[in-house]
Ligand binder design. Sequence first.
Ligand code: MN
Length: 246
Amino acid sequence: MRLLLANDDGIYSPGLAALASVAAELGDVHIVAPDVEQSSMGHAITHSRPITIKRTIIGAYDAHRVNGTPADCVALGTDIFPGVDAVLSGINLGPNVGNSMWHSGTLAAAKQAALLGIRGIALSTPTGETGPDFERLRPWVARVLRLLLFESAYSLVNVNFPNDPTGLRWTRQAVAHYDGRVVPIQDPLGRSYYWLSVRRLEHLEEGTDHWAMRNGFVSMTPLRLDLTDEAALERARASAPSLHSI
Ligand code: MN
């Protein structure tokens, strides 16, 4: 199996090295990742300038760094390495659950794969106070990748690992609340700045990705790319039938 690895934390992230060490036991690994951090860049692509790809070494792995976004890396990587069976993105330093999926560059790399007809898997974990313990997560990462690569064939899956997992759960995206918030601060000269930050959600619906993570389960959410609101479409068509007779 040919695996393309990407991320949004940048090519030198320990999460990418941790993912590579597990993925290398499952297939041939190619690494194409941003040369600097691209977190929260979402699914941006670089269209107003050409991008470069340069060889580098990550541990024992041949790797390439790109001066572009996570989606750029997958677009370029799948073109340069034909026959990629799946794209693995991560392991992100920070969770990507609920509505934060909209901002996630980690997930965008996996989405770019899905757009190209290649399976995409995004993997993320909270950093906690001291950073993730990738050795502790390693058997869980291996278990999830075996399940998603060899025992199932979902086109796009968003996976989040709690710090100390106790089991796996298939989940849905928590969409009831948005956890984004703006936090004002001042610099030493009294000038105003703002953090675009997040707040802790208190009421979590059982079966969601947020809920799984809060309860110590690895969360696996199968996703689709079709954003169409089917119910709204039905209502719209029913409310204006004359539009369709023109
Ligand atoms: Mn990131």
